[in-house]
Design a protein around this ligand. Structure first.
Ligand code: IMP
Length: 434
């Protein structure tokens, strides 16, 4: 099964993956890096994961980082140490593909300097997480990445790092007017980190295949969201990987036949961090407005960067595109309880662009920016839905809202999340039985 974000990320995938992991043997990350941030609340305790699959929170579940993920070995060491400090066994359960490109300190420097340069040249920032993700993927595609497997061979690592750093430093110094990154401390730090990483390296695609042969249930955990996909998102305001469900296969080293069910995670409203068009956006600053309500009640602040998330109404024209690209089998609607108490709710059902009505998100970010949203207004509810565990517990207006989303976005609702805890979940169709 694949779990992907249906919007611009931060849909609450972490909680849902954690909940589903109860019935899974293994969890696989297949794209992105530590730009992702999953906040899990388990027994009232908050845990943030960025690189390691959420399945790590369940004893006995195998966790895989597939070849499609870019790995910052320094961050990996920190995240492992943080989990071990709270008594979670990581090393025996985590396996990392040898083919993962590494995120180096020079990628971070390039990411930060580029954003600054875009701003000074008046191009506008992408609003990246500043973790070096884009530059690391650039090196992968340019076939010069330092990969996880290179950590096993100090001389090869030395030579590849030298070549890569030479190029990065040229760009940093000459083009971006930023500080270069020194070779020797970078190399020595990588050698130090290699001791912790190398024992975790494996042929992840083959391990997943063997698990599949044994009849194991595997969960492919997407990061970011469909509208941040480098090909299908609001380019250039996107991340640098393919976040769509199809990439679960290529990014982990198995074929598409392994992906039998796609669960699209859809927040009951919309949020976005960073720049880029967002047709149903609302201002969040004014107390007493809906935007402010979504921002404060939903605690909409980036897990990784702490930036305030932009907020707006749900957009079923954008969801329709996401559901088509992902072949979504069922949707899980999250954070429904944040809408509690709103007298009425709006659904962006399409847009008007150049005098024409359209009902699916356009492909060109400039067109999206010019789209005027068209709304349908439905009644809200005054009762609380927080913590509901059964469909019948939901107010009629909430059920009608969910049914309307399913209808307009073209995909049934499989689950509803009504709060951050594992228990705050309504199941209409269990994805592992779908
Ligand atoms: P990058 O992935 O750091 O290059 O950032 C590119 C864009 O993706 C920016 O708009 C980020 O805010 C956004 N982004 C990256 N990771 C996440 C995520 O996990 N959740 C939401 N937005 C993200």
């Amino acid at each position: 099964m694949v779990v992907v974000g249906n919007q611009w990320g931060d849909e609450g995938k972490g909680k849902v993956v954690d909940w589903l992991t109860d019935q899974a043997h293994g969890v696989v990350r297949f794209q992105g890096g530590h730009n992702a941030g999953h906040t899990l609340v388990i027994n009232g305790q908050k845990t943030a994961l960025q690189l390691i699959p959420s399945g790590i929170m369940r004893a006995g579940v195998a966790c895989y980082i597939g070849n499609g993920v870019v790995v910052d070995p320094g961050h990996l060491a920190t995240e492992i140490a943080r989990l071990e400090a709270v008594g979670i066994e990581v090393r025996s359960r985590l396996r990392i593909s040898e083919s993962c490109p590494l995120v180096l300190p020079s990628h971070v420097a390039l990411d930060v300097a580029r954003e600054l340069s875009r701003e000074t040249r008046g191009q506008g920032k992408i609003g990246t997480t500043g973790k070096g993700i884009g530059p690391a993927y650039e090196d992968k595609v340019a076939r010069r990445a330092v990969r996880a497997q290179d950590l096993k061979h100090p001389q090869r690592l030395h030579d590849k790092l030298r070549e890569t750093l030479d190029l990065h430093n040229f760009m940093l110094r000459e083009y971006l007017h930023a500080q270069p990154i020194e070779f020797t401390p970078t190399y020595e730090r990588l050698l130090e980190l290699a001791a912790g990483v190398v024992p975790l390296l494996a042929d992840v695609g083959h391990l997943i295949h063997l698990g599949h042969e044994r009849g194991e249930r595997l969960l492919f955990e997407g990061a970011q969201g469909t509208l941040l996909d480098v090909d299908h998102g609001t380019y250039p305001f996107v991340t640098s990987s393919n976040c769509v469900a199809g990439n679960a296969a290529a990014g982990s080293g198995v074929g598409p036949g392994y992906l039998h069910y796609v669960l699209g995670i859809t927040k009951a409203y919309t949020t976005r961090v960073g720049s880029g068009p967002f047709p149903s956006e609302l201002p969040i600053d004014q107390p007493g407005t809906v935007g402010h309500h979504l921002h404060t009640v939903g605690q909409e602040r980036g897990t990784v960067t702490g930036r305030p998330r932009r907020c707006g109404w749900i957009d079923t024209a954008a969801l329709k595109r996401a559901n088509i690209i992902n072949s979504t089998s069922g949707q899980c609607i999250t954070k429904l309880d944040v809408l509690d108490g709103l007298p009425e709710i709006r659904i962006c059902v399409g847009y008007t662009l150049d005098g024409r009505d359209i009902d699916v998100l356009p492909l060109d970010a400039d067109d999206i920016a010019r789209c005027q949203p068209r709304y349908e207004t439905v009644p809200g509810w005054s009762e609380t839905t927080a913590g509901a565990t059964r469909w019948a517990q939901l107010p009629q207006a909430a059920r009608s809202y969910l049914e309307r989303i399913a209808e307009l976005s073209g995909t049934p609702i499989a689950m509803v999340s009504t709060g951050p805890d594992r228990e705050h979940t309504i199941v209409l169709q269990h994805p592992f039985e779908g």
